[in-house]
Design a protein around this ligand. Structure first.
Ligand code: TYM
Length: 326
């Protein structure tokens, strides 16, 4: 299994429920690689010191979320040059039309109209390289990354069709609940750091988290009851799916628990459940972050292990396409 997150902002509940929480779930069955996608973040301008700080914070948070570095290979993308190398090669096997159809590109190009750079456009080829280098079976991501994983599959199949079986064609692995966590104050948009009032960050103070849940948009339905109906009650459905993901309860159980309760009781209870779920993660991440030597040992050995696997694939690709062996 392999996945990554861009250290372009602080990790939030969407990243956690949509991705990280799912990463550890099959660690016994799979060889797992998880990384900080720092090369991807520079497709949008970053403050260098913030990028460096957030990359290490993200690593501490991965570990605090339960990814044991002894059982998972945790690394920084830029420390494994094979990503950039295969990224270039796959650019030459990814079509302009395919890249033009990517919704993340369209969204980001609209949001950063003054900086629609080449990297933003070819971002999915680098992501395909991130994945294919490790020959994973599964790529655990939230719903919004499914299109990129599908493009990766197409690129792998195109390449294999020309050169024989070089890449394993991976499957996206999307959780049943939490794959699309919506903004608390705009339930028609996905939760994202660019809308901080509707976004719950993993390291946020409990009182700030509770304030955001209390202010969460529900609906103006006259029937103000807790019922799972994403079409008519998207805000309530979003809160229910968050509650379900952190407590493990089904929607029927949640409906029964809040039977007869108004939103005034429901919202702070969801807030409390999230706070309690995140509390050990926050405490553990702060503790790990203070130990810089430990973090350095994790990312150094992670890069070494990742490079070993990645370079095997890269050598095979070089040979297949006709580059002279180094
Ligand atoms: P990124 O950094 O935007 O998001 C990281 C992960 O969090 C998930 N996610 C969400 N899930 C549910 N609800 C939300 N509101 C929400 N917001 C984010 C994303 O689906 C993702 O799984 N291109 C990737 C990073 C990447 C990558 C890779 C992923 C680079 N290379 C290789 C997998 C494999 C991205 O921008 O994710």
């Amino acid at each position: 299994m392999l996945s990554g997150i861009q250290p372009s902002g602080d990790l939030h509940l969407g990243n956690y429920l949509g991705a990280i929480k799912n990463w550890g779930s099959r660690a016994e069955e799979f060889d797992c690689y998880y990384f900080m996608a720092d090369l991807h973040t520079i497709t949008v301008r970053q403050v260098p010191a913030d990028l460096r700080r957030r990359t290490l914070e993200q690593l501490a948070q991965y570990i605090a979320c339960g990814l044991d570095p002894e059982k998972n290979t945790l690394f920084i993308q830029s420390h494994v040059p094979a990503h950039a190398e295969l990224g270039w090669i796959l650019n030459c096997y990814t079509m302009f039309g395919e890249l033009s159809r990517m919704t993340q590109f369209k969204d980001k190009a609209a949001k950063h109209a003054d900086n629609v750079n080449g990297g933003l456009f070819t971002y999915p080829s680098l992501m395909a390289a991130d994945i294919l280098l490790y020959q994973p079976d599964l790529v655990p991501v939230g719903h919004d990354q499914k299109q990129h994983v599908e493009l990766t599959r197409n690129v792998a199949q195109r390449f294999n069709h020309i050169y024989g079986d070089v890449f394993k064609v991976p499957e996206p692995y999307i959780p049943k609940t939490g794959a699309r966590v919506m903004s608390l104050n705009a339930p028609d948009s996905k939760m994202s750091k660019s809308m901080p009032e509707g976004c719950v960050f993993l390291m946020e103070k409990p009182e700030d988290i509770q304030r955001k849940f209390k202010r969460a948009i529900t609906d103006s339905d006259t029937e103000r009851c807790v019922r799972y109906d994403p079409e008519h009650k998207p805000g309530v459905a979003n809160l229910m799916s968050i509650y379900s993901a952190v407590t493990g309860q089904s929607y029927e159980q949640i409906e029964a628990e809040f039977d007869g309760c108004g939103y005034g009781q429901f919202k702070p209870r969801v807030g409390e459940a999230v706070i309690e779920h995140l509390r050990p993660i926050r405490e553990e991440a702060s503790r790990i972050l203070a130990d810089k030597a430990y973090l350095e040992s994790v990312y150094k050995s992670g890069a070494e292990k990742a490079s070993y696997t990645a370079n095997k694939t890269l050598r095979k690709v070089y040979k297949k396409i006709g580059l002279v062996a180094r």
